[in-house]
Write a protein that binds this ligand. Sequence first.
Ligand code: SF4
Ligand code: SF4
Length: 267
Amino acid sequence: MESEEVKEKIKEMGAHLVGIASVNHFRNAPKGHRPSDFLPNSKSVIVVGLRVPLAIVETIPSPFYEAMYDRVNEELSSLVYRVASYLEREGFDAFPIDPDEPDYLRDVKVLEEGETFKIKMFASLSHRHAAVLAGLGEFTPASYVVVPELGPRVRFASVITSAPLEPDPPLKNEFTWGLICKPEKCGYACIKACPVKALPGNGTVDHYKCRKYRGPQIYTMNYFKEIVKLQKIPPRIRKLIVPPNYRSPAAQLCGKCLKACPIGREK
Ligand code: SF4
Ligand code: SF4
């Protein structure tokens, strides 16, 4: 199977961006979050991206953005399903990973207790890292990924596959910024835009501050501590145990950091 042919096919399915990473590039990912943890014979990770319309991002914060965020996620879920089906028809194994997942499926660690309560959250597979490894973009001080023509206004999902595809070269070999994202030019607009200082500017995000701003009643310390307790339970049966309000909390989105980024605004 030729990589270019596969990417062309996936673009015909509707992907705006497609990149391919070798599973070897994920060797430094935390245990339980590597492609081989989902598909033992995996060789490649195909990352697809769909743009979020700029005019919608300009309305942040708004119900239009909330609706579009869900819509793009649904489209991505459907897209990775179609990509996986195509790979299976070609005789390979494929494991599609949705763009988003409920918190109870994530790894949550409490880093600090008390007033400076701090948590770290890991998705099953980091689509952001996968996108960078597949040559689609680079990390930023705000922890999101930017791509040359769209800035951060793109969402990603991935398909892990046994197909031995030729990988795309990463734009750079570290998870840092400087090629596309130039903070000295914008004056760290993303960091300044955060109303609760949840972005220290070192490429991380204070998940607790960010979530608490978006849903103070939902994202309490107890909410996260309960999820930490679930970590010992295999993900496939967690849903049977978590309380209903942990399954689909209806918190608001924010996205002010994303809206502030100037990359990709030029026509
Ligand atoms: S989404 Fe909002 S609260 Fe969260 S880091 Fe960005 S600007 Fe801050
Ligand atoms: S706002 Fe500036 S520092 Fe932040 S991601 Fe965009 S270019 Fe980089």
